[in-house]
Ligand binder design. Sequence first.
Ligand code: ADP
Length: 480
Amino acid sequence: MKVLSVASEIFPLVKTGGLADVAGALPIALKKFGVETKTLVPGYPVVMRAIKDAEERLRFDDLLGEHASVLEAHYQGLDVLVLDAPAFFDRAGGPYLDATGKDYSDNWRRFAALSLAGAEIASGLMPGWRPDLVHVHDWQAALTPVYMRYHPVPELPSILTIHNIAFQGQFDASIFPGLRLPDHAFSVDAVEYYGHVGYLKGGLKTAWAVTTVSPSYAMEIEGSEFGMGLEGVVNSRVGSLYGIVNGIDQDIWNPGKDPYIVQQYGTANLKNRQENRKSIAEFFRLHDDNAPIFCIISRLTWQKGMDVVASGVDQIVAMGGKLAVLGTGDPAIEGALLAAAARHPGRVGVSIGYNEPMSHLMQAGCDAIIIPSRFEPCGLTQLYGLRYGCVPIVARTGGLNDTVIDANHAALAAKTATGIQFYPVTAEGLIQAVRRAMALYADQKVWTQLQKQGMKTDVSWEKSAERYADLYSSFDPKGQ
Ligand code: ADP
């Protein structure tokens, strides 16, 4: 089966979050189910620099008013179609934000162009290759099924995956003519959303099926607490809404051969983690004593509960814990965490920035990872934590709820526990969870059991890729 995936980021070419990891890992995991994926991504400067021997496959003289072409390239096992459109993507700054951290004012046009290019490829415009199905990710690609619906060429099945319903791509109605959709697309059945244009909303209405990245989150977004205003639209699709939990790339995230860590290890030689731990203590200037090192690797935002960490940090230290934080985000939260590091030298270390190698070393050397998200569609860092014996301490929400087994009395007795869950996401909730972790850590036999059970957990793409493959083939006339 041939699948066109459309995504605004893909690891290892360009990544700002979990979407990139999924867009990069799923095509590889799907190969063994007979699915051949080509992924359409924007030609940001980092992408253009990375692809070599790219071949032009398609040219647009007027893609929403600009020249563009589609280049095909192979990169680390991935087959990518790069939308080379300098007017949209050749600029300093990140994929979505300019160098000063503001959304590009023409994001609506940039990602409409990506989506339209996807729909054109779906219609067979690219010589020699036409997909059997189109799989699009998040609001940046969500207009693809909308364009497909109004395209004169017969429609193909389409699947929209929501990685985070908080990001919806909503714009003023005045942009609508610039999308070049027929007038009747500005309706409740397509992109119109309370008088505005909603990209994710349009995708939700027009895709043949909708998936999100965990079963719990699929249920949560049906309600007003987590649906972020789109719960009504989500409810209209419950018959074709699926929750499929993400896996991780076990080659990249493998403590047995990870090149970013000081000492490799597995369940049989967990003591080797010690060298990684020392290295973490040095980097974050933490005392090299026996107190547990809790870590955070995260966007420093309200969603991730990072304000709650900033409020609870003094008590974590007072209980004897140490904290290492790696992340970037909300300047107020960054400031509060840096101030905590200044108050607690040797106990709290904060590194502001994005540092992929350090994120591996932290999973390999810290004792536990704290993930206090207010909502979490799936979450990946708890999966890396499980794989690396860095015990996850998580809020009981979304994918965190689906992937971590709380160390309650029964689970400990049955030796099935893999971490700690807590609720609500408040400083008190977090402190109580850390207190439970400290008590478990004090009994190293119990702690090691938790680590090993986590490391044995199946966090691969195997089962989830099979579920996507099943969903794909349910739309494939050849596969019936
Ligand atoms: P989200 O996509 O909502 O940010 P996820 O947990 O799904 O959250 O994915 C976050 C990804 O980004 C993980 O791979 C995590 O390791 C990585 N990450 C987050 N912050 C940093 C950072 N400061 N440095 C390195 N990697 C980071």
